[in-house]
Design a protein around this ligand. Structure first.
Ligand code: ZN
Ligand code: ZN
Ligand code: ZN
Length: 367
């Protein structure tokens, strides 16, 4: 991320702060800080915090021992390393001044917010996401490219799964999860965020934690995995059947396939997020599985796996060019089986652009 890009982002943040009447933005752990500075704070008891006043120069307050890791951009922020015996909360309070309104990062540890509230008793605190969400929700061309590269890497692992390169029968879910994780890194991810492997009845729990259960021939296995590559996340779900699936499962999958494809096609600029959710949900409900689709259709994705916009009933936000999100309907029969199909999609002026292209069918593998 160049200093010019970071400067443009902080300028935009300042404009939103002006619109909302926010005097100072305070960012600590989470994705907002690297979005605006290129630096990610360590989640430590030692405070790292960007103090970005609306009308004055910004300062990154950082533990002295972390300072060598900061790539400095003097045009964007000054650096204020603090020594072990200093009080970083007092330093931040001093830089923030007698602000009437401060917006503080949503992921900031409560201990630091409470400390700041004690030292700035007349300041009203709001969530920084009020400022950063309108910025981060619209991905620029470089961000879409990064998401596409991460999706392509995840697709290659999905293709290995569907091609039978990843043995399933006789292995534990945890073992296959570790295998998928290694492959995500092998395909270019910097880190793995999750690798759900859920066999048979375990797939009915959408966020099942891969465990010691051994996978058997004849089962359907749900794999939902993703990681971070060059700062941006991947997230894909594919199910495979070891041998021909039972007709009941094949019938449900055909409905799921249709629901997911329709939701992707519906995700055009100007369409409300809740209408995209409905596009998937209506197909599933019409086929009689409505009660078995127990979560929203999708979530935004970017520097975080789950961020705005959420593809959920009640969200009237209209999709805009650069919105990136998952489309991942599922059908879950408790105690028996579960199915989900997930792609990452970007809304563009020329229509929805699906970043994942791995085979969308319930691929049959033989081992
Ligand atoms: Zn999830
Ligand atoms: Zn997923
Ligand atoms: Zn997802």
């Amino acid at each position: 991320m160049s200093a010019v890009d970071l400067q443009a982002r902080t300028d935009r943040a300042r404009r939103v702060m002006g619109d909302l009447g926010i005097d100072v933005l305070l960012l600590s752990v989470g994705a907002d800080l690297p979005y605006l500075t290129g630096y990610e704070a360590m989640p430590l008891e030692r405070l790292t915090m960007l103090v970005l006043p609306r009308d004055e120069a910004a300062t990154l307050v950082v533990p002295r021992l972390e300072a060598p890791r900061v790539v400095e951009h003097p045009d964007v922020f000054a650096l204020r390393p603090w020594a072990e015996t200093e009080d970083p909360v007092a330093i931040v309070a001093g830089l923030a001044g007698p602000a009437a309104s401060a917006a503080i990062g949503d992921r900031t540890w409560a201990t630091f917010l409470i400390g700041l509230q004690l030292q700035l008793p007349s300041t009203r605190f709001r969530r920084a996401s009020e400022v950063t969400t309108p910025l981060r929700i619209v991905k620029d061309a470089a961000e879409v490219k990064a998401l596409a590269a991460a999706a392509a890497a995840a697709d290659r692992v999905a293709a290995q799964l569907q091609g039978g390169e990843i043995a399933l029968v006789g292995r534990s879910e945890a073992d296959v999860s570790a295998d998928i994780s290694r492959r995500l890194v092998g395909e270019g991810h910097d880190k793995v965020n999750f690798a759900i492997v859920a066999a048979g009845e375990n797939a009915a729990s959408p966020h099942h934690h891969a465990g010691s259960r051994v996978i058997n021939a004849g089962e359907v296995v749900l794999c939902d995995f993703g990681g971070t590559m060059a700062g941006y996340c991947s997230d894909i779900t594919r199910c495979v059947s070891i041998g021909a699936p039972p007709s009941e499962v094949a019938e449900a999958y055909a409905v799921l396939f249709d629901a997911q494809a329709r939701a992707v096609r519906s995700a055009t600029v100007g369409t409300a997020c809740q209408a995209v959710d409905a596009a998937a949900r209506d197909v599933i409900a019409d086929a009689g599985y409505g009660e078995l689709f127990i979560h929203r259709t999708g979530h935004g994705i970017g520097m975080e796996e789950h961020e705005d916009p959420y593809i959920v009933s009640g969200n009237g936000l209209a999709l805009a060019p650069g919105h990136a999100f998952s489309i991942e309907p599922g059908i879950y029969t408790p105690g028996r089986w579960g199915l989900r199909l997930e792609d990452i999609v970007v809304a563009t002026e020329s229509g929805p652009q699906a970043l994942n292209t791995a085979d969308h069918h319930l691929v049959v593998v033989d081992r």
